[in-house]
Design a binder for this molecule. Structure first.
Ligand code: TXA
Ligand code: MG
Length: 338
């Protein structure tokens, strides 16, 4: 009995070890056969499948437990592949693609007929980008089709920024997670759409509003409190840790209000001391927002696993990428009332 239990363990460990790998040929084999895999991008890890395989697309929604009204982003290998899926591309979209691709900017464009309604959630648009990660680009170059990929996390939880995060979420449900190391940007892509000549940000992301405006002039940022059918993913509750999170601009006062709790702290560059602070995450000792953004989700994952009752997070400076970080922290703080 003991012996058979031991051998079962060895088998499990062996299967588990193969799952996280750098084997691009194995990845292609799985994708060609309508399977789905975890794959790295510079923003966050994705759950990827062939955009022309209905089985793969359905599997993505099923594994992620994502509602069908929330459409997927298509990842292409080069600008030529854009012709395959999008039409009537506005001039400003071309300008933005020239400036930011490959990179963390997703364009919402009119879709061609061949793009499945499952990807677009029945809308007449498709969201598309070229990811800027060597392994993702190498994989896409080996494939005859683009990859649909939402972030590889269960609906509304924190996005994964390393292969281990994906394994923690979906290990048993995926045949393979490609290991491309830690995501360099660490926040999802910025999503923009177009209304005639107006550029509209549907989701703040790794490209700042200021950088986009430097290319196309003034743009509009959608307020997530507005009900907007063009941006079905702008949910108030999103990017949530399991633990309660308070976002504050007065961290000392918030610590004092919660002296009866075991606290974890998330700050940009400051250290705080209190007997009840059991875990601290300082994102960037020199206050650099870009490096802080890159590790924000990894820090939230660690805080979620720490033996604490409450996460207290400090508001970031509301400029550049700090605005995106605040957007995610506000949503993380919306994880319900205890
Ligand atoms: O950085 C990223 O964008 C990552 C990596 C894997 O590329 N992907 C990602 O996907 O964050 P996901 O599915 O977690 O978020 C995509 C968002 C959703 O909120 C969805 O509503 C929105 O994109 N979206 C997709 N297609 C759209 C469309 N046609 N119109 C408006 N929004 C769209
Ligand atoms: Mg997501």
């Amino acid at each position: 009995m003991a012996k058979s239990l031991r051998s079962q363990c060895i088998v499990t460990i062996a299967i588990h070890k193969i799952m996280i790998s750098k084997d691009l040929f194995e990845a292609k084999k799985i994708l060609d056969a309508n399977g789905i895999i975890g794959f790295p991008t510079e923003t966050v890890y994705g759950l990827a499948g062939n955009i022309f395989s209905e089985a793969a697309l359905r599997n993505i929604f099923e594994v992620k437990k994502r509602p069908l009204y929330n459409p997927l982003i298509v990842h292409i290998k080069n600008k030529d592949q854009l012709e395959l899926i999008a039409k009537e591309i506005p001039k400003k979209a071309i300008k933005l693609a020239e400036e930011f691709w490959p990179g963390p900017l997703t364009l919402v464009l009119k879709k061609k007929e061949r793009v499945s309604d499952i990807i677009s959630a029945g809308k007449d648009t498709v969201a598309v980008r070229i990811p800027n990660h060597p392994m993702a680009l190498e994989l896409l170059a080996m494939l005859d089709y683009p990859l649909a990929a939402p972030s590889a996390n269960p609906f509304q939880s924190i996005s994964p920024t390393c292969a281990q995060h994906v394994d923690n979420y979906f290990g048993k449900k995926l045949p393979l997670i490609l290991d491309g190391g830690d995501c360099k940007r660490g926040l999802e892509s910025t999503i923009v759409g177009f209304d005639d000549d107006q550029v509209i940000v549907y989701r703040l992301g790794a490209v700042s509003v200021e950088s986009i405006e430097s290319v196309v002039g003034e743009i509009a940022v959608l307020n997530e409190n507005d009900e907007n059918p063009d941006a079905p993913g702008m949910l108030k509750k999103h990017y949530c840790p399991q633990k309660k999170l308070i976002l504050t601009n007065n961290i000392v006062e918030t610590i004092h209000e919660n002296l009866d709790k075991r606290i974890g702290i998330l700050t940009l560059d400051s250290q705080y001391e209190s007997n009840n602070i059991l875990h601290s995450e300082v994102l960037s000792k020199d206050g650099n927002l870009i490096t802080a953004a890159a590790i924000l989700y990894a820090a939230l994952h660690r805080l979620d696993e720490a033996p604490i009752d409450l996460i207290i997070a400090e508001q970031m400076p509301d400029i550049g990428i700090g605005r995106t970080m605040n957007d995610r922290l506000v949503k993380a703080a919306n994880n319900g009332i205890d």
